[in-house]
Design a binder for this molecule. Structure first.
Ligand SMILES: [Zn+2]
Length: 286
């Protein structure tokens, strides 16, 4: 079980942690595609468990070829909901540093996939203390992008009652798909202006963890067409842009819409009679 601070505090850039399990990597010993992790109490655990379902293109998953590390706590977002996994580094007290090239969930653990270290740099060992540090510039761009996409969803739902069917992002740019029959190129300009007005309004963005029953009682909360929340989940994490948007969500966001800056719509595509896609990019705050 890895305690993941990013769900409570998206601004946590680093944390001190202890290595609880390590797999040296298929590049050295094991067989490709069958990497297993050991060192923690109990049976070795497979690393191949899928991440969050329904999150195509979440990135950061180069496969079980390099070393993989499970820590008792982390600040790395493992990917999901259209937001790619973080990148960053692990540092030992003696100066050894490992680049984290991918992160994924495996049951309750967060598995950090390391770039194979250069010759002479020993891998971390179970029980060793490390400093866990994300690539903050990249993550913050993702937090701004993710929040901008919520503002877009919020405006499109509030003013046009169109539901989201999918979305994806990279640092600084993203896209959302809507079931939105009457969307047009002209309407897209109107939507851009409305989203920018909402961002400029300085709305707070709040995270809450609600019991499942309470969350499902909120009208419009589960508004994405594809509801992938598994039956067994007891609590629902919600992200609210106060006065604009409320969604069940696992990602990381900024604390106020002003921090996003503004957006520019860079593309609009019809994906069929009903389904329309809007592409946006961030414009940095002045
Ligand atoms: Zn989100």
């Amino acid at each position: 079980m890895s305690d993941n601070i990013c769900y409570r505090d998206a601004y946590a850039r680093s944390v001190e942690a202890v290595v609880v399990a390590l797999e040296p990597g298929a590049g050295e010993a094991g067989e490709p595609g069958a990497a297993r992790i050991s060192g923690a109490p109990g049976e070795p655990r497979a690393l191949g468990a899928p991440g969050v379902p329904g999150a195509p293109g979440q990135g950061g998953q180069p496969g079980p070829l390099g070393p993989a590390v499970v820590l008792d706590r982390t600040v790395f977002y493992p990917g999901g909901g259209g937001q790619p996994a973080d990148r960053g580094v692990l540092r030992a007290s003696d100066g050894r540093t490992w680049t984290v090239v991918g992160v994924r969930k495996s049951g309750d653990d967060i598995v950090h996939l390391l770039e194979p270290p250069t010759t002479g740099t020993a891998l971390p060992v179970v029980g060793e203390r490390v400093t866990v540090e994300i690539d903050w510039e990249r993550r913050h761009a993702l937090m701004r992008t993710h929040t901008a996409l919520h503002a877009l969803c919020g405006v499109v739902w509030r003013d046009y009652r169109a539901q989201v069917t999918g979305g994806n992002m990279e640092p600084g740019a993203g896209r959302m798909d809507f079931e939105f029959e009457r969307m047009s190129g002209e309407l897209v300009g109107e939507i851009e202006a409305k989203v920018n007005a909402e961002l400029a309004a300085g709305r707070d963005v709040r995270v809450a963890i609600l019991p499942r029953a309470k969350a499902f009682a909120i009208p419009d909360l589960i508004r994405t067409k594809i509801n992938l929340l598994p039956e067994g989940i007891e609590t629902i994490r919600t992200i609210e842009i106060v006065g604009l948007d409320l969604q069940a969500d696992g990602g990381t966001h900024v604390a106020n819409t002003r921090e996003v800056g503004s957006i520019r719509v860079t593309g609009y595509e019809s994906k069929g009679r009903l389904n329309k896609r809007i592409r946006i990019e961030l414009v940095d705050p002045a």
